[in-house]
Design a protein around this ligand. Structure first.
Ligand code: FRU
Length: 483
């Protein structure tokens, strides 16, 4: 195995600097880098009895830079332990970044397929697909004949520059990889390749093009999997105006994949998450048969206040379990988080033009609220700090428009409103939210819609209130999360 100087430097830098991160907004049950910058989750897999999650990593600065693959493992998807950095951009073919990719287990070995990114200094770049493997799941060796998919194996009608983020999986006699691409007209599309040994690859087809659905210059980080006898395709849309990224959003399509023809027939599509902070999701199937998804809990055009003076930036979501209901994706936080619940408080009341207050000391809480409201009644849920009322997160429902609204006021946001359409059955809404120190993930109606957000309160939130105009039946259960 090559003795990588860059890997050693990264490890040394991390061990000398990890204690220097500012803990104010450090999360408790979300994966972050020990210091520096992280973006996409990579190589999410259950291997050798534990969950592995790699991530795009620049340990040296809280800003994006030529990426390494950071690495962490978890027994329960809630608590993560960092392992040595897995890949460094230390070869000619990946010298400007080991970009995103995925993992697969074959005969007890862990294989990684990732993108080698190189720049020529004159504004041009190239991306090619590479392989690395490991016996113990910790130390990785890059294939000596990398790249395994080179420029000459990219179809005519696709960009030679934007060609990245292979998601590899097995189906029948073949390994397949879906890869992010851009058409000659500058639109996002997804390519399909196949191989019998992960080393020699043949191009099958362009499985989807973005002409008829969302705009975007590139559809990054594709993922394709079967769920309850349907095929689901995930991708993350990036759109630029000049050098500025103006759109950074994840979508999913439900449809039918024809592997022979290499065509994905889209039956429906929708935004994956309705919050501001969700990008580059990746899934895996675990040994319990669950389809799990984890994502970057930030994106390319959101603010990163911890870049100044905190020495870290970027985090991943709590993994979610995926299901389908009437061809729509349902997302639930992994059930393991419930093992950390303690000190349940439960309230069941009918409120009428009044407010319920609930104090909390814990840094992390899990709250379930079921509401039944009488016609025309309105409710508002608020999370805030008693010492600084100007900072808060508020959620309310506008029945006239069928919109659930969400507003943040804190270090970053000043009355930032987000909204999502929901159609409550029998005037019932259920909400579950998981609050960590600088994040809130809200699951609406048992995961039919999810809003993921980073929050940066100037004072720790310690109060929850529910108020109503008109009559509202409230059932609330709140737990501290003991992490
Ligand atoms: C998505 C992405 C990927 C790329 C990686 C680079 O967030 O742009 O397409 O591989 O980040 O860090």
């Amino acid at each position: 195995m090559k003795n990588s100087v860059s890997l050693k430097q990264a490890m040394q830098y991390i061990s000398e600097n990890k204690s220097k991160v500012n803990s104010k907004y450090r999360l408790k049950f979300h994966l972050m880098g020990e210091c520096g910058w992280i973006n996409d989750p990579n190589g999410f897999i259950f291997f050798n009895g534990v969950y592995h999650c790699f991530f795009q990593y620049n340990p040296f600065k809280p800003f994006w830079g030529p990426t390494y693959w950071g690495h962490a493992v978890s027994k329960d998807l809630v608590k993560w332990e960092h392992l040595p950095v897995a890949l460094a951009p230390d070869e000619e073919y990946d010298r400007d970044g080991c970009f995103s990719g995925s993992a697969i287990e074959i005969d007890g070995k862990l294989y990684i397929m990732y993108t080698g990114h190189i720049e020529d200094g004159a504004g041009n770049y190239y991306q090619r697909q590479c392989i690395a493997w490991s016996i113990d799941g910790i130390k990785f060796e890059k294939y000596f004949r990398n790249p395994v998919i080179d420029k000459n194996n990219i179809p005519q009608e696709a960009s030679k520059r934007d060609f990245r983020d292979p998601k590899v999986f097995q189906k029948g006699d073949f390994y397949y990889a879906v890869i992010a691409s851009q058409s000659k007209e500058g639109k996002g599309q997804i390519l399909l390749y196949r191989s019998r040994d992960l080393l020699k690859w043949e191009y099958v087809n362009t499985i989807v093009r973005n002409e008829n659905i969302v705009e975007g210059d590139i559809w990054e980080c594709p993922d394709l999997f079967e769920l309850e006898e349907k095929d689901v395709l995930l991708f993350s849309v990036q759109q630029k105006e000049g050098d500025k990224i103006i759109r950074s959003e994840a979508f999913y399509c439900v449809g039918k994949m024809d592997f022979e023809k290499g065509v994905f027939k889209i039956n429906s599509y929708e935004k994956l998450d309705w919050g501001k902070y969700f990008y580059a999701p990746q899934t895996t199937m675990d040994e319990k048969g669950r389809r799990l998804m984890i994502a970057w809990m930030d994106n390319w055009n959101c603010p990163f206040p911890t870049q100044e003076g905190h020495n870290w930036a970027g985090a991943l979501t709590l993994p979610r379990e995926l299901y389908l209901k009437n061809s729509r994706l349902i997302m639930e936080p992994v059930r393991e988080i419930k093992n950390y619940r303690k000190d349940e408080i439960s309230i069941e009341r009918i409120i009428n033009d009044e407010t319920i207050y609930l104090n909390f000391e814990a840094e992390c809480i899990d709250v379930e609220i079921d509401l039944v409201f009488m016609p025309k009644a309105e409710f508002e849920i608020s999370i805030f700090s008693k010492n600084l009322l100007s900072n808060s997160v508020k959620i309310w429902y506008e029945s006239v428009y069928n919109k659930l609204k969400f507003i943040i006021n804190d270090l970053v946001f000043n009355n930032e409103i987000q909204e999502v359409d929901i159609f409550p059955l029998e005037d019932k809404i259920s909400l579950r939210f998981l609050l960590d120190k600088s994040s809130i993930e809200i699951f609406v109606n048992k995961g039919e819609k999810v809003l993921t957000n980073r929050i940066y309160p100037l004072e720790k939130y310690d109060m929850l209130s529910i108020s109503s105009k008109g009559k509202c039946e409230v059932k609330l259960r709140k737990w501290d999360l003991d992490l």
